[in-house]
Unconditional design. Structure first.
Length: 603
């Protein structure tokens, strides 16, 4: 039976509704569109390039910076102390700025500079000079918060000003404000080329590590626009690296608040507080007061922008007695129970030495000399040193040498040269006068007693990092040295416990409830560089560690020139107790549960 074929008209109707037919029609339409693009491409390649090239030659090349993101400065747990947030740079094409809507050349630089200087907090005269150059690219401002930059450019365009644009440019922020600001530092006003100026602290010391390298995009431009198919090169930015510090941001915050309260209540000039991990030498907190907000450094006095804990030197006073007496024990000259007859005053070659408290002749053990903080008893004990022996011990504790922790401007302190060392000098140095230290240096020295007689270089950077001066620092670089024997260190710690005993010592306010504490007070006359004399003001301090029989934290608090009449025990002791107690709780350190030292203090 013959097959019936559909009529041509019926076949056409069927195919138009079929899916394959719709696809074929779509392909035809796409081909038509592509042919239009191809024609335009041929036009650009075969007809327009010469015209665009002529325009580019007339207008020149434009270069836009592709900013590198600055590395963050982090605490030991990765919390930011300094970081980069989204921001914008505002740039100008002076040729377009000074052109009106009809394309005529006019001098609009003064009015544009006035507007932008008020909106972006930049100098009017500097900006005016930039807007009058023949360059096609000038920085107006860098590191501007995005909303502020966008609003300023939008306002300029509303007023009919041309040639302004914005580009990505990270903004430096300090989310913790004043926390560790004296260590972290800050950035200043960018240089003429837009490069940030690291002015202080880690921002400056590790600028090479943090800054990275800006990239750039260069392209031909005409009338302020990129020329299609014109010359174009891109150099990608290389972001900076993060710097991880040993600082515990929360502990640092707490130490700063306690220190501020302590200095203010004592009506002192300034103060510092240092917290070390006794076992590793890592600096968990290094507080200064007064300090500053790193987001607004210019609102503070210049003297407050550095770290007094490493730059300022002072005579440590009686805290240094723990170094003197531990060295004597290590040298086998004395024991904690050595008996000393201590007169009310002691006539020496050039002066009479007295104690801070009046007394007739008293009989103290070596532990009692430390507990009562007797200058006379300490001098009598130090007479047992061999020639040069005491100085060698103090140098081994780190006195007279910078710690090398990585803070710019660190002082090495002053330990008199052997050629200047006399018996009179030794008398004074034995109880902490005529020798100068910085706070971090002294904390590391006391920490050697906490750490079984081993001194560890204090560290502010976890791992290893290279400063801009080429010095490698950090926990990976820290060295250790056995200054005194572990036996001498333990015996000294037992004597230091008697300092905070309310019945035997001078600093019961330094006790931490539930824990054994070893410590030492310090009260020293302050030397005045102008008169070359002691001017009647004092440095008071307290240094110690806890738990005394299994140390985890070594803490040192110093207050300069308290005016409330207090000494190291009453001013710095309670601050030590608060900071140490907080650290012990924060790191969940349990009490050892062992009985405190009961060494005799009298005989």
């Amino acid at each position: 039976m013959p097959t019936t074929q559909p009529s041509p008209s019926r076949a056409s109707t069927i195919r138009r509704g079929h899916p394959h037919v719709r696809l074929r029609v779509g392909f035809v339409l796409i081909a038509m569109v592509l042919s239009l693009f191809a024609a335009r491409l041929v036009q650009l390649q075969g007809i327009d390039p010469k015209a665009y090239a002529e325009m580019a030659a007339a207008e020149g090349l434009e270069e836009v910076v592709l900013p590198a993101e600055r590395g963050a400065i982090l605490d030991r747990f990765g919390e930011p102390l300094a970081e980069s947030a989204d921001g914008l740079m505002v740039v100008a094409d002076p040729a377009l700025v000074n052109t009106d809507e009809e394309g005529r050349e006019v001098d609009r630089a003064p009015e544009v500079a006035k507007l932008l200087s008020s909106k972006l907090d930049v100098d009017y005269f500097t900006l005016l000079k930039r807007l009058r150059t023949e360059s096609r690219f000038q920085y107006v401002a860098r590191g501007v918060p995005a909303a502020q930059a966008t609003k300023a450019v939008a306002r300029a365009r509303e007023l009919g000003y041309q040639g302004l644009s914005t580009h990505r440019d990270p903004v430096r922020q300090y989310p913790a404000d004043d926390v560790a600001a004296n260590l972290v530092g800050f950035l200043g006003t960018p240089l003429a080329d837009g490069t940030p100026q690291p002015l202080a602290g880690f921002e400056r010391s590790f600028d090479g590590l943090l800054s990275g390298t800006d990239g750039s995009a260069t392209f031909a431009s005409a009338a302020g626009n990129k020329v299609p198919l014109g010359e174009s090169t891109v150099v990608e930015a290389r972001d900076g690296q993060d710097l991880t510090t040993t600082i515990d941001r929360e502990l640092q915050w707490y130490a700063q608040r306690v220190l501020r309260q302590t200095v203010q209540q004592a009506r002192g000039d300034s103060g510092v507080a240092v917290v070390l991990d006794s076992r590793t030498g890592e600096v968990l907190a290094l507080a200064d007061h007064p300090t500053f907000d790193a987001n607004a450094p210019l609102e503070s006095d210049e003297a407050d922008l550095g770290s007094r804990a490493v730059s300022d030197v002072y005579e440590p006073g009686s805290v240094s007695k723990v170094l003197t007496l531990s060295a004597l024990i290590d040298a086998g000259k004395v024991t904690p129970r050595t008996r000393l007859t201590v007169p009310g005053s002691l006539a020496r070659q050039d002066r009479t030495i007295g104690d801070w408290f009046p007394h007739d002749t008293i009989r103290l053990t070596l532990a009692g000399v430390l507990a009562k903080s007797s200058n006379i008893g300490t001098v009598l004990a130090s007479d047992k040193f061999d020639d040069g022996q005491m100085r060698r011990y103090l140098a081994a504790f780190g006195l007279g040498s910078a710690t090398g922790a990585g803070v710019r401007g660190e002082s090495a302190g002053i330990l008199p040269d052997p050629s200047l060392w006399t018996s009179q000098t030794q008398d004074r140095i034995a109880f902490g006068q005529s020798v100068s230290v910085n706070a971090l240096q002294m904390t590391a020295a006391v920490n050697a007693i906490a750490n079984d007689g081993v001194r560890i270089d204090p560290s502010l950077v976890l791992g290893s990092a290279t400063t801009d001066s080429g010095e490698q620092i950090g926990t990976d670089q820290a060295t250790t040295s056995q200054v005194i024997s572990s036996d001498a260190a333990r015996k000294t710690a037992l004597m230091m416990e008697r300092v905070v005993d309310p019945e035997a010592g001078v600093a019961p306010g330094a006790q931490v409830p539930g824990y054994r504490v070893a410590g030492k007070t310090g009260t020293a006359q302050r030397a005045n560089s102008e008169c070359g004399c002691y001017d009647g003001t004092f440095t008071v301090s307290f240094a110690g560690f806890a738990p005394a029989d299994d140390p985890r934290f070594t803490v040192y608090v110093v207050v300069q020139n308290p005016r409330n009449g207090g000494g190291g025990g009453s001013v710095a002791g309670p601050a030590f107790a608060k900071i140490t107690g907080y650290a012990l709780r924060r790191y969940a350190v349990p009490p050892t549960g062992t009985p405190a030292s009961d060494l005799p203090v009298e005989w």
